[in-house]
Design a protein around this ligand. Structure first.
Ligand code: COA
Length: 154
């Protein structure tokens, strides 16, 4: 097995939209967001390849306004490629980029029922900092998780 993480390329677009279609059924909002994210976040839109095939992606974004914060906006690994540390590698690579760019605090939102993602993030040092009822609308509660990046200070 040969997997690696790289930046998004234009040719990835339909493959990533397909990942969303496979799992969710509702495609339009995802395809719009993925297109916009590829324009806005070229350095933090990462793709995982496994044996030359798109296996997952994650999208990060820096906070504006002079704060040293950033968010993980998306993370998905194709179902047949899961439990091979691809999700962890994507997030770890993204955190390295954030670190190099001076980010101190990284945030994300995750569904309370999404134990796979919560476990992954917990393993990488994220902790829940708040529970947001209806964060994405009715019935769409989310936990906000955060991690502090280590810039080598004591
Ligand atoms: C969550 C997701 C990204 C994990 O990707 P992955 O490549 O399978 O994760 P990894 O192999 O790196 O797993 C790392 C750790 O996360 C945890 N984990 C991952 N999947 C898990 C599962 N199904 N159940 C419990 N823990 C899980 C484990 O602690 C795992 O370590 P281990 O395999 O040594 O036990 C993937 O399941 C996915 O794409 N889910 C659908 C989209 C999603 O929920 N995205 C996150 C939105 S916030």
């Amino acid at each position: 097995m040969y997997s690696y993480i790289r930046r998004f390329r234009e040719g990835d677009y339909s493959g990533i939209c397909h990942l969303e279609i496979q799992e969710k059924g509702a495609t339009y909002p995802s395809s719009v967001f993925i297109r916009q994210a590829s324009i806005l976040y070229p350095s933090t839109f990462l793709v995982a390849e496994l044996n030359g095939t798109l296996a997952g992606y994650c999208i990060g974004a820096f906070c504006e306004g002079g704060r040293s914060g950033a968010w993980i906006l998306r993370l998905r690994v194709a179902p047949p490629c899961r439990r091979r540390r691809i999700g962890s590698d994507l997030v770890t690579t993204l955190l390295d980029i954030f670190l190099q760019r001076g980010v101190a605090d990284v945030y994300l939102s995750v569904s309370p029922e999404n134990y796979a993602a919560r476990n992954l993030y917990h393993t990488l040092g994220f902790r829940g900092i708040s529970f947001q009822k209806g964060y994405f609308g009715d019935g769409e509660d989310r936990i906000i998780m955060a991690a502090q990046l280590n810039h080598g200070q004591e």
